[in-house]
Ligand binder design. Structure first.
Ligand code: SF4
Length: 471
């Protein structure tokens, strides 16, 4: 069995060599490929096909709460910064309507096993609003038994409290992820997000005492004024809190596209050498602290379900990142949310004006999407193996899709030779595997199989589809 603990026994120059921009592969094809010619009728057709399956998949609901109380300058999310809580009231009325419309499409045997609230700031809503939202969901969808139902939420600790977390746990929430980003004061000032260790620990302590099963912390690397020393200090504080999962996202600085980021001077960002050193330090530190490297920038304690799923080869990747659930169809609810149903992805309108107008017209607020071709499905499966299983078994793809792997992917296998030479992949009789060092370069390896990325006509600097850095 392969070890899942990262070995740092590789040449640091590889970090520089593979430091490029690329997708995070929470879907394939990736969101930039979703197109406006995908219609509500297309979506309904995919739902009908999914209902007709012999054993229909369970459902995972994603609800987007776009409101935030203050603007973080690094943020590239779809959000609305407002103190006017009446806006959230109005939004919820529309969201309830969308929940009802969506629920009517799914057959009675489609059980909901997962509900996730993302944002924005989901805890912009108060407990009463969550109570009502959950009861609307329960009224229209068929929920799994409470012990099988995962309800998770992203928490902004600046606007939460111990009592709020206990109330959420009493409503059935059993997983939280807390946005910490960085504990260093001058970094927090530069990104306009001031929060203390005490605020975070209050949330963690309350979550533990209320029996919340999994506590995760999100950090961001590459923020202004971060140094090796300052990030190591943040990491140390997070590890002291003994959270189950730690995710470290690379900051994508795109001031041309994201207005808020113009508040961050490029000169304040850590240089490439520092970013790379932070990456190496982080891997070493978390390994020594007993965390398992799940893949890319995700780590978990060995007892956490993600680490168990990795060990048992059940790990999945979806729009929320790594997941343990066997495949679900995902229903996105709310402005800009993404659905993955049958062989399709679709995304709701990203402005409230459009979202409300479509619902007022009695339509689902779908704006764009894509129906996957056979080639998309094959490549999506290969990328899923790369991101989650460390191994791409040719025979599994061949028997599922009736292809000859070696000839179908002749060019890609040729392109992988450089990765083999660098010790990041190795070939077996009927598969190629990602080495422990290669787990840090999963996005780069997956990019080799991305047809769209590799076959698009060259774009100008202004219209190029930009992604975050892979390292
Ligand atoms: S980082 Fe989170 S809290 Fe800050 S503006 Fe973005 S969505 Fe809102």
């Amino acid at each position: 069995m392969r070890t899942h603990v990262m070995s740092l026994d590789f040449d640091s120059s590889l970090l520089e060599k593979y430091d490029t921009q690329g997708p995070r592969y929470t879907s394939y094809p990736t969101a930039p490929e979703f197109a406006g010619d995908f219609t509500v009728q297309d979506y309904v057709r995919h739902v009908e096909h999914s209902n007709d399956e012999l054993i229909p998949k369970p459902l995972s609901l994603y609800l987007h709460i776009p409101f935030c109380r203050s603007l973080c300058y690094y943020c590239g999310c779809n959000k609305i910064v407002t103190q006017n809580e009446a806006k959230a009231e109005r939004y919820l009325e529309y969201l309830f309507h969308e929940i009802e419309m969506q629920s009517k499409l799914f057959a009675a045997d489609r059980l909901v096993t997962q509900i996730h609230f993302g944002g924005g700031t989901p805890n912009y809503l108060n407990t009463e609003q969550f109570r009502e939202l959950l009861s609307v969901i329960a009224r229209h969808f068929h929920l799994s038994y409470p012990e099988k139902l995962e309800i998770s939420i992203e928490i902004d600790p600046r606007f939460s409290s111990g009592p709020q977390i206990v109330e959420l746990a009493n409503l059935g929430f059993n997983r939280i992820s807390i946005g910490v980003q960085d504990y260093e004061e001058n970094v927090q000032t530069a990104i306009n997000r001031i929060q203390t260790r005490e605020q975070v620990d209050e949330v963690i302590t309350a979550a533990r005492s209320a029996g919340i099963k999994s506590i995760s912390v999100d950090l961001v690397a590459g923020l202004p004024f971060q140094t090796r020393h300052s990030f190591a200090d943040t990491l140390k504080q997070v590890v002291e809190s003994k959270v189950d999962r730690i995710a470290i996202y690379g900051f994508a600085y795109l001031p041309k596209r994201i207005k808020a980021q113009r508040m961050i001077a490029e000169s304040s960002l850590p240089k490439r050498d520092t970013r790379i050193a932070i990456g190496k330090d982080t891997l070493e530190y978390l390994k020594d602290a007993g965390y398992v490297h799940i893949g890319m920038d995700h780590f978990a304690l060995p007892t956490d379900s993600l680490a168990v799923a990795l060990k048992e080869h059940n790990l999945q990747r979806n729009f929320q990142g790594y997941a343990t659930h066997a495949e679900c169809d995902q229903v996105g609810l709310g402005v800009s949310s993404i659905s993955q149903v049958n062989d399709s992805y679709s995304q709701n309108s990203s402005t409230l004006t459009e979202y409300y107008a479509q619902l007022d017209a009695g339509e689902l607020p779908i704006k764009r999407g894509i129906s996957l071709t056979e080639d998309d499905l094959i490549r999506a499966q290969v990328i899923q193996y790369i991101m989650c299983q460390n191994t791409v078994p040719y025979h599994s793809i061949e028997s599922a899709y009736g292809i000859n792997f070696l000839s179908y992917f002749k060019n890609e296998l040729q392109a992988l030779k450089g990765f083999e030479k660098d010790g990041l992949i190795e070939y077996g009789n009927d598969e190629f595997s990602i080495t422990p060092a290669g787990r840090f370069f999963l996005r780069n390896i997956a990019m080799v199989f991305d047809y769209y990325l590799n076959n698009k006509p060259p774009q100008t600097e202004d219209n190029v589809v930009r992604f975050s850095r892979t390292i």
